[in-house]
Design a protein around this ligand. Structure first.
Ligand code: CTP
Length: 235
């Protein structure tokens, strides 16, 4: 599909620099200068989405966490982040210039509380062990969704056990005030394939016909993102 034919390609007309701002990969939350708390995420899905989007002529900025995977297409503009705090700063800078945010990053829910001195050094091993205290991170997606302007679309992901997949995803869609959410099962994490359900703010759902490679899913999702933009009543 060429640029002019893509239904998503409205950024220049609407004054946005990027059609799509995509976040992908895990966050690393520092314990000290050499250790971190992280979640299992390869970033493969968000990267596949970025590659598929530039292939359609869309302008894409990918915010990518610490993973060894990178986009195949050099047209994907990529900025790296490490921690939730880094990602928060980048979102603050880039979301206002982006028409649609797809928040595929596996954002850590907690970050260690360690004394400032430990952050620049290395905690010693002691026989008595180590108790780590964690504090909750801010919900970046909810913050972004609350600050969006008319014409901006915010899409989240919900990674859930199969038993409560759709119920939890719907609850997150509402709680975070999103235009759409992609519900996928825990086993998707780190896997080359995905089966998922896209839930729009008006309650309609569309499920993938089967488990598919993430590159195929990326195209499936891009085909459906314009729906996410048009079904939500603008504030
Ligand atoms: N998310 C975020 N900031 C966080 C945690 C999650 O922006 N601190 C985003 C994720 O990128 C994802 C969506 O919120 O797009 C849902 O993430 P998930 O971890 O499933 O939900 P949580 O709100 O963290 O709820 P819980 O962990 O209790 O399931």
């Amino acid at each position: 599909m060429n640029a002019s034919a893509s239904p998503l390609r409205a950024s220049s007309r609407a004054g946005f620099e990027h059609d799509l701002l995509i976040t992908a990969g895990p966050t690393h939350e520092p314990i000290d200068a050499v250790r971190y708390v992280a979640n299992r995420s390869s970033g493969r899905l968000g990267i596949a989405l970025a590659d598929a989007a530039v292939d359609r002529g869309l302008s894409v900025l990918l915010l990518l966490g610490p993973t060894h995977l990178t986009p195949a297409d050099p047209r994907v503009q990529t900025v790296r982040f490490q921690s939730v705090a880094d990602l928060q700063r980048l979102l603050k800078r880039h979301f206002r210039k982006s028409r649609t945010l797809v928040m595929a990053a596996a954002v850590a829910d907690y970050t260690p509380i360690t004394p400032p001195a430990a952050r620049s050094g290395k905690l010693r091993r002691t026989a008595s062990g180590l108790v780590l205290r964690l504090r909750p991170t801010p919900d970046l997606l909810a913050g972004i969704a609350a600050a969006r302007r008319p014409g901006q679309t915010v899409v989240g992901f919900a990674l859930e056990p199969a038993s409560r997949l759709l119920r939890s995803a719907r609850e997150k869609l509402r709680r975070k005030s999103l235009d759409a959410i992609v519900a996928n099962e825990l086993r998707t994490m780190d896997s080359p394939t995905i089966s998922a359900t896209l839930i729009l703010a008006d309650g309609t759902t569309q499920a993938t016909p089967k488990s598919m490679p993430k590159a195929d899913f990326a195209r499936w999702l891009l085909d459906r993102l314009p729906d996410a933009r048009t079904t939500r009543p603008l504030p």
